[in-house]
Design a protein around this ligand. Structure first.
Ligand code: GDP
Ligand code: MG
Length: 202
């Protein structure tokens, strides 16, 4: 049986959510900014440690807050499926402090919503690593805050140069598998796309 894992990708406008997803699935990047206006679902398949997973990756358009109730989610088309996601990727731009504040707020709301016993995997992603010289906070400081205080995973990547993009999905899936799917964790292999556009061996 193939496991399906739904992942909601959330972040402030322009941080690179769509770019990360499209680089991961299509090996494609565009310099031009096309704001995502409606929710979009990508369904790639991946192989991790010899197991196949079907991912449902939700590219969530800008939302002012995490949907606080099922009815709120139902009323706002943009956040359909966000509350029931199995895992979250919260993206910010390492050069934009406001985008980090947004991620901080959403993380807080996810945790409050799930309750204290929550083990839902959350990965914070600092994108635009290629613009490292303009970053607002040293990598180490953010990493410590996110990992130690927020208890989330942390990865920096560059969607533009496809740097650490596969890694971040691998990291998140690794956490999800360890927490929810309870399968034996052997060493992970990282390979290129198995079948372009559809399946990635991680
Ligand atoms: P979204 O609104 O979060 O989906 O952001 P997009 O993926 O549409 O990207 C917003 C803009 O940032 C676009 O112009 C992208 O070309 C650019 N961008 C995305 N990722 C990177 C990156 O890693 N480095 C740089 N320099 N630009 C990026
Ligand atoms: Mg977008």
């Amino acid at each position: 049986m193939v496991e399906t894992l739904s992942i909601a990708v959330i972040g402030a406008p322009g941080v690179g959510k769509t770019s990360i997803i499209r680089q991961f699935i299509y090996n494609d990047f565009s310099e031009a900014y096309t704001p995502t206006r409606s929710r979009y679902v990508y369904r790639p398949s991946v192989i991790l440690n010899g197991n196949m997973y079907e991912l449902k990756v939700l590219d969530v358009p800008p939302i002012s807050s995490f949907p606080a109730s099922a009815s709120q989610e139902w009323l706002d088309l943009r956040c359909r499926g966000v509350r029931n996601a199995n895992a979250y990727i919260l993206v910010y731009d390492i050069c934009c402090v406001e985008s980090f504040e947004y991620v901080k707020m959403i993380r807080q709301q996810i945790v409050e919503n799930e309750g204290s016993s929550s083990e839902v995997p959350i990965l914070v992603v600092g994108n635009k690593r290629d613009l490292q010289r303009q970053r607002f906070m040293p990598r180490r400081a953010v990493s410590v805050l996110v990992k130690k205080t927020w208890k989330c995973g942390y990865v920096e990547c560059s969607a533009k140069f496809n740097w650490h993009v596969v890694l971040l999905f691998k990291e998140l899936l690794g956490i999800a598998v360890a927490r929810g799917m309870r399968q034996n964790h052997t060493s992970t292999r990282l390979q290129g796309a198995l079948q372009r556009n559809r399946c990635t061996v991680m």
